[in-house]
Every structure is written in C-alpha cells, then in structure tokens.
Design a protein around this ligand. Structure first.
Ligand code: GTP
Ligand code: IMP
Ligand code: MG
Length: 340
C-alpha cells in the first residue's frame, strides 16, 4: 500500500476538493495531508446541502475520522489557518509541519501592491508569491517560530510515512493545476511553485516509491482565473449558451471558460504520472445526467465523450462527477482497476 495523490490537470479549480471529499468517505484514510502552494488555493465542498470553502485546511476535513496535516512545502498564513480550523471545528485533529514557511502581513501587502504580480500576472493577493521568494532567500519564519501555531506543530513527514508503513490509507491533496505550475505551466503566468504530483509528494515528505495512485482531476470545460494564455477559451456568448459561469473561491473573480483540451489533458497526465483520471462537470456537458450515480444512467452523449477522452488521455477514467454535491459521483475504481 502507498499514498494516493490528487492533483489538478488543467488550470486549477477542476474540483479537487469535491473528489478528495468523496474518496475520503469511500476509502476511510487515517491521514489526509495537504501539499501545494498555500492559501491561494480555494477548494469547494458541497455536502448534504452545505457548502464549505477552504484555503488552508485540507478539503478532506469533511471526513471526520482522519488526521489532517499540512506538509512542510506549504506556505502557511497563521491567520487564515487558525480562523478556518476554529470555524470548521477541526483544531483537535489538525497538524502543521514545523518547517512550513510563514506568510506574514508584509507578504500579502507586497502581493496586492506590486503591479507586476497583482495586475500583469493577476495573482490571488494572498502573499504566496512574495513569501515563496523570501523562502528561497531563506529569510522566512517557520511554523515552529510562531507561538499561535505551537499546539499544532508536528513532523508531518514522519506521521505520514509511519502511517504508510503501517499500511494505513493516506491521501495527499494537491492544489492549483498543471497549467499554472511554475515549471510546466504558461510561464510567467503561473503560480510560485510546481503543482505536479511529484511536487505534492515532496511537499508532504513522501518519496516516489511510497506513492500507489496518482489521480489527475480534469473538468469537462476547463477554466482559468488571472492572466495568461488559454488556447481553448470560448467566447462569452458560447459560455452563456452552455449556461456556464464560475467565480473564484478566494478572489471572487469570474473564471474564463474553455473547451475540453485533449492535448493538454494527455500531456498533463504524462508529467503527473497519472494512474487514474477523475472528471468533473459531466452535468455541464449534458444537464440530463445531473446527480447520476450509476454508469448506466449516463446519456449516450456523455458516454461517447468519456470513451473518446479516455482514448485521448490513455489513462482509465475512474471517477465521474455529475454535480458539485459530494454524492453526485460514479466511482468505477474497483471495476476499472481490477480489469486493467
Ligand atoms: P483549487 O485547489 O483552488 O485549484 O480548487 P478545486 O480544484 O478544489 O476546485 P474549486 O472548488 O475551486 O472549483 C470547482 C467548482 O466546481 C466548485 O464550485 C465545485 O463545487 C464545482 N464542482 C465540482 N464538481 C462538479 C461537477 O461535477 N459538476 C458541477 N456542475 N460542478 C462541480
Ligand atoms: P498566485 O499563486 O496568487 O501568485 O497567482 C498566480 C496565478 O495563479 C494567478 O493567475 C492566479 O489566478 C493563479 N492561481 C493561484 N492559485 C489558484 C487556484 O487555486 N486556482 C486557480 N488559479 C490559481
Ligand atoms: Mg479553487
């Protein structure tokens, strides 16, 4: 057994939060650990009629039995983390790696007031870029320096590796997406770190030999917020005809909407080393499938899309999301992975 990594295959906001929440309830992990950049992420989870938005606490928090961890690679804004953890009632089970670098108010100010970051790049204004720069200059504080974080600091890498060693289920949650990776994305219109599966494993302190599954999440109609090229972007008119409008969880900015991009999906699955694909937004392709939880209930149009996309990407599509609610999903992992 090893860890399962969940990452975004397009430009972020693919619905990783929803997929993590489903997998957590289905697989009952001992630990859900977050990698990724920091509080620039915004995961949305809809469960039993309630909607949660999280930026620092792992999206898998909705599953009440897991230990929640934030890996050493993640930038932590203590104000965001503490207010979220208290509001969600998870203070008794969340841990922060003692080596996490700290986002201070000055980083947020620098992000918001630097015209290059805030206007040219269109950053989220959460201080991540300036804090990542200071981390590379080796001048940031770390979690073990911050009094308010004292009750939560831990060695997340040790906890996760001990759990994997004991054959417990562990989920490593990524954030952002392939197209905004500092290394592989549309530079310079990218975030401040790599976003691929290898990075998420490194963020949490898990070696490549300890990863069992890598699930790359795509959405039927990719979206992009902030500046930068988006070659399958559709016109506002087309988006309106399809009835698709999305707004960012962190910034509230309207997301640009695009058509399914098979070549980006294939490339991103390759660099991520995907063993499975999760696809969200099948209900946007065909509203008649909204809420379906059985493959047989999908329409001919959706089945044709899935067959073609699976051939294009070359990786089994195991998790098929038919709406934002956690239960709106078809989980084919058992049958598809046994067959493969
Ligand atoms: P980042 O870590 O910020 O990249 O975000 P994320 O990947 O967790 O996605 P986010 O929650 O920001 O955006 C996805 C949006 O799509 C949310 O509003 C979800 O509720 C919604 N969503 C997820 N799955 C589906 C689906 O199958 N259908 C529809 N219609 N919406 C979905
Ligand atoms: P930063 O990460 O705040 O520096 O923003 C850099 C770029 O990445 C901007 O285009 C942001 O819109 C984008 N970005 C950062 N985090 C996310 C995310 O979680 N979802 C989608 N886009 C993001
Ligand atoms: Mg998001």
């Amino acid at each position: 057994m090893g860890a399962t990594i969940i990452v975004g295959g397009f430009f972020g906001d693919e619905g990783k939060g929803k997929i993590v929440a489903h997998i957590a309830f289905a697989d009952r992990p001992a630990i859900i650990a977050r990698g990724g950049i920091g509080p620039n992420a915004g995961h949305t989870i809809e469960m039993r009629g309630r909607t949660f938005g999280v930026r620092m606490v792992p999206a898998g928090f909705v599953y009440p039995s897991a230990r929640l961890l934030i890996g050493a690679g993640v930038l932590v804004d203590p104000r965001v983390l503490l207010s979220e953890a208290e509001a969600l009632g998870v203070t008794s089970r969340i841990g922060v790696d003692h080596r996490c670098a700290i986002i201070e108010k000055k980083h947020v100010e620098a992000d918001v007031h630097d015209p290059y970051l805030s206007q040219t790049i269109g950053s989220t204004g959460t201080g991540c870029g300036p804090a990542a720069a200071d981390r590379a200059r080796r001048i940031t504080a770390q979690a073990h320096d911050i009094a308010e974080l004292a009750p939560f600091v831990t060695d997340a890498a040790a906890e996760v590796n001990e759990a994997i060693e004991a054959e417990k289920n562990v989920i490593l949650e990524g954030s952002q997406g392939f197209g905004i990776s500092l290394f592989y994305g549309t530079f310079p219109f990218v975030t401040s770190k790599d976003t691929t599966a290898s990075q998420i494993a490194a963020d949490v302190g898990v070696g490549p030999t300890r990863v069992a599954e890598t699930i790359v999440v795509f959405k039927t109609f990719p979206t992009r917020v902030g500046a930068g090229p988006f070659h399958t972007q559709m016109s506002e008119d087309d988006a309106k005809k399809l009835g698709i409008r999305e707004f960012g969880t962190v910034t509230g900015r309207e997301r640009r909407i695009g058509w399914w991009d098979p070549s980006m999906a294939k490339y991103s699955a390759m660099v991520n080393g995907a063993t499975q694909v999760a696809i969200t937004g099948l209900d946007k392709l065909d509203p008649s499938v909204k809420g379906a939880s059985e493959y047989a209930d999908l329409s001919a149009k959706v089945k044709a899309f899935l067959r073609e996309a699976e051939v294009q990407v070359g990786v089994p599509f195991t998790l098929l999301s038919t709406g934002p609610e956690m239960a709106e999903i078809i989980d084919l992992r058992e049958e598809k992975l046994l067959r493969a």
